[in-house]
Design a protein around this ligand. Sequence first.
Ligand code: HDE
Length: 746
Amino acid sequence: KNPAEVVVSALKKAVEKVTEAAEPAIPGAPGSEPPSVAEPTEPREPLPPKPDQDAPETVTPTGAPTGAPKTANSQQGAFLTTAQGVRLYDTDHSLKAGERGPTLLQDHHLREKIMHFDHERIPERVVHARGAGAHGVFVGYGTAENICKAGFLKEGVSTPVFVRFSTVVGSRGSADTVRDTRGFATKFYTDEGTFDLVGNNIPVFFIQDGIKFPDIIHAVKPHPDREIPQAQSAHDTFWDFVSQHTEATHHMMWHVSDRGVPRSYRTMEGFGVHTFRLVNEAGETSLVKFHWKPKLGVHSLLWEEAQMISGFDPDFHRRDLYDAIESGAFPQWEFGVQVFPDTPDQTFEGIDLLDSTKIVPEELAPVQPIGMLTLNRNPTNFFAESEQVAFHTGHLVPGIDVTDDPLLHARLFSYLDTQLTRLGGPNFGQIPINRPHAPVNDMLRDGFHQHAVHGGVAPYKPNSLDGGCPFFAGSKDLAYVEVPQRVAEATKVRKAPESFADHFTQPRQFFHSLSPLEQEHVIRAITFELGKCYEQAIKERQLLVLAKVDTRLAAEVATGLGLPAPEAEALPEVVPSPALSQLGQEWPIDGRMVGIVVDADAPDGLDGVAAVREALFAAGVVPLVIAAHGGELGQGLVAQRTFATARSVEFDALLLAATPPPAPDALPARDEKATGGSPVDPRVDLLVEETYRHAKAIGAWGTAAVGSGPGIVTGDNPTEVAEQVLTLMRQHRVWNRLTAGQEPPQ
Ligand code: HDE
């Protein structure tokens, strides 16, 4: 035989042998036996790219090609692949020298998989690490057109937005309902570039000058030696700083008020905090403060509820936002501005507008509505969207400019700088969630994680080699032109102006604007916080600060701490601002939760439940049936919670179709005062008692026993009872139950 033929036939045989041997060893490969596990094995169509995975348009609005590939490089094709797109037949076993032998270094799939896993985490935000985001839309009313030329504020203009809410102090995995300020950051993807409004749910800040930010944050973060407490301000270092740095007093008062423990992100007000400068088409300027007013009203948790939720459901706010949007109860905020003339002194009614520890009471400058924000879509991927979103106070659009607030100026540096560490380089603007929706044509090049394949040879100006591109825009072409603001002739100093010196009048005004019940919460909260401090000197020093805010406040906190009250000082009269109180109205209750206790074993234990559920759904409220056990209950009802998984703090109101008797294995019965003497399952008894203690409406029908008291509705007609409970919920709580002196102990 010709030697070449011998080689070829040997090779053919070898290939056949390898193929024969290989086939059965590749489970899941086309043509092989399906694996025995009951998992979907059918290859499916490639997942469609998510809106935010979509790369920027391949052409600019004028039709010029940008060279960008349209589809993001992820989740394409039906098969599992390596990062290089090579198809895999197994990802469960590493390549080994024999089944029980050592793992081989040549296993590139193992190394790639572990290498990537090792680097899945990025540094959490240095502040505001814990948060949750949502997509939405902003529609301008056109009412701001006389003061601002920004296109997204024009009448009917609809702009996509992404909003991230957050706590400030805690780590990424900390609880949602801790006492803290909440972040309220909004990214407007406008046609004229991205505008970020990076605000909070409290209208003032702890410090007047950004250079103090590391100090306040070091003070409030956990102690450096043991790294405790997590996500709390109730500890020595925080109060050590606050008691000496009295410009923090105003923010501190808000922090210890009900605003520090919101019921939901959906029931928080938002504030831009700083004063901004707006410019209209004619080039005229005005000074403004931005406000977000929630359509559902401003509501809070009680401190006991907040603490309980931290344990029972640390994701309470995140879950509430996600569930509300999924269920179609889209949260809404009206965007508004307080407008002040842009006078050379930049003050209004004696209030320095450059001092971020001051508000301008709404009674002096009403909040004028200029647009509506609706959150209507949850993120598809938490990391890609909520974690990677990068806000920056310097992301401004034509029509919106900054003022000389020294707090804002430090932020203008900080928000770009922090992303270099957090997102690993200067190209974070190319991450899908951060991509502007306006066409981008910059001359920034290269750097870590560069995704663009830039064309041309001349990323500099002036150039002739790229035909002079890109061109400058004039202000008629919507260029961002800084307001030619005169800067006063001045001497370099490290000093605050005299107008920043009053640290106590507005904290006093805040306290006096609250209802007696809200004031009581402030007193209890400070007593709690200082009560957690060990250093006597810190408590005494803070009492001296409180004495400058209000004599009764200082005296009552002192009593709670077992310390002598500081000497009363002569304090100025203040005019209360009713807009600062949260109580006294009725609001929509969309997305609120109502628990319905049933007894599937009793003949009448499910009576009326189906009809009540329908009535609640119709009112936009979420009914959750609570039964002794999970699964089907009869009459088409299913248990969403059991006595083991339900806890009162999850619900805004409780309904009882029945009061189930103790199960044989239930814990010993509690005292029976809440249920009017009937023996009920102790877990249901606890539900009722806590719901009552937290001043939430309770309804019961038929033979259900709940006793009586303010905000307890009983009757024979289940839907009528439910309707009355819905009416009570519109006031958020049964306030007269608390004013009757029955507040939960703290
Ligand atoms: Fe921030 N702040 N901040 N801050 N801030 C950050 O930026 C900073 C301040 C606020 O959901 C960081 O990307 C300095 C006031 C929100 O991603 C960082 C100063 C207000 C968020 C930073 C302030 C805020 C941040 C951390 C004093 C309300 C979360 C990660 C000069 C008006 C945004 C990041 C999000 C986040 C610095 C003061 C609100 C380090 C230096 C005042 C809502 O850049």
